[in-house]
Design a protein around this ligand. Structure first.
Ligand code: 13P
Length: 291
């Protein structure tokens, strides 16, 4: 385990004090600004995530340089995580570029294959003190407004025994679990309830050996988020709600001001609206004043 890594220490603190650190996904500078401003205002640690697609758009090295620059400027514990890395080659590139953490999503592989690849990635990342996240049960959807939300059956949820086996054999620091969430929101911006019973069974099985991660955080009812944190979740990923705040605000401004062409004039309002969402999540997750 990368004990010297500050992100590891903060997640340990979250485990002990029962709060969660938000992972907020980005693919541009404006969203980073919104997240950093929210973290600064509320004195909260934050993880900035890029999926493979997002990181290919912003560029791995540029993402690292930007986060490093904001970290130096603000002194905040800001971390960069590669979210849902599918290939070990790309994950290794992120490690080499200077990401603070990497998530290997092998949830579509057989458990044996997933364990084998995760083990290799953990070995590579830990040599450089980089935090690793694994995933065993596929979490569906996409970070957008879904026409049809995925149907999640009991057998799709993470099995506590498999979770224990996966973390023991791979040595991952964090584990993304399926407890009924999916990526994206329905047309009403909502999600069904989390299966808290299953979450508690997983937590009982794995204890404090791993950081439990909730993916698909957008649209989850507030009460469920609070109970999930109480039951052991220490990291929550949010993407769709930020994308919606960004895109809807931008559309509205340009519709109302069709002659507007100057990004630095219309972007501050977009940043402000994204920042509001991040602030709400930080308050909900209990990570304010935790630095
Ligand atoms: P949402 O898009 O539902 O917030 O999920 C984000 C996520 O889990 C990124 O890994």
């Amino acid at each position: 385990m990368p004990n010297k890594n500050l992100i590891f220490k903060i997640l340990k603190k979250a485990q002990k004090e029962k709060f969660a650190v938000g992972q907020f996904n980005i693919s541009n500078l404006e969203t980073i600004k919104a997240i950093v401003q929210a973290a600064q205002k509320l004195k909260s640690p934050v993880i900035i995530g890029t999926s493979e697609g997002e990181s290919k758009f912003i560029d791995l090295d540029q993402a690292v340089a930007l986060i490093r620059s904001f970290r130096e400027e603000t002194g905040l514990p800001l971390f960069l995580n590669l979210d849902h890395g599918k290939s070990s080659e790309y994950i290794k590139e992120a490690v080499d570029s200077g990401y603070d953490a990497v998530h290997f999503d092998g949830s579509k592989l057989s458990l044996e294959e997933n364990i084998k690849t995760a083990k290799e990635i953990v070995k590579y990342a830990h040599k450089k003190e980089i935090l690793t996240e694994g995933e065993i049960s596929f979490i569906g959807g996409a970070s957008e407004v879904l026409e049809k939300i995925p149907e999640i059956k009991e057998e799709d949820l993470t099995d506590p025994e498999e979770a224990l086996r996966f973390i023991t054999e791979t040595g991952v620091d964090s584990l993304a679990i399926n407890v009924g969430t999916f990526h994206g929101v329905d047309v009403f911006g909502k999600k069904p309830h989390i299966n808290l019973q299953r979450l508690k069974e997983i937590k009982n099985k794995v204890g404090d050996k791993v950081f439990l991660v909730l993916h698909g955080g957008s649209g989850v009812p507030e009460e469920d988020i609070k109970e999930a944190i109480e039951s052991g979740i220490v990291k929550i990923n949010i993407n769709t709600e930020l994308r919606l705040a960004f895109t809807n605000t931008l559309k509205k401004i340009l519709e109302e001001n069709p002659k507007e062409t100057t990004p630095y004039k219309y972007m501050p309002k977009v940043i402000e609206e994204v920042q509001k969402v991040v602030e709400e999540k930080i308050q909900l997750f209990g990570s304010a004043n935790k630095i």
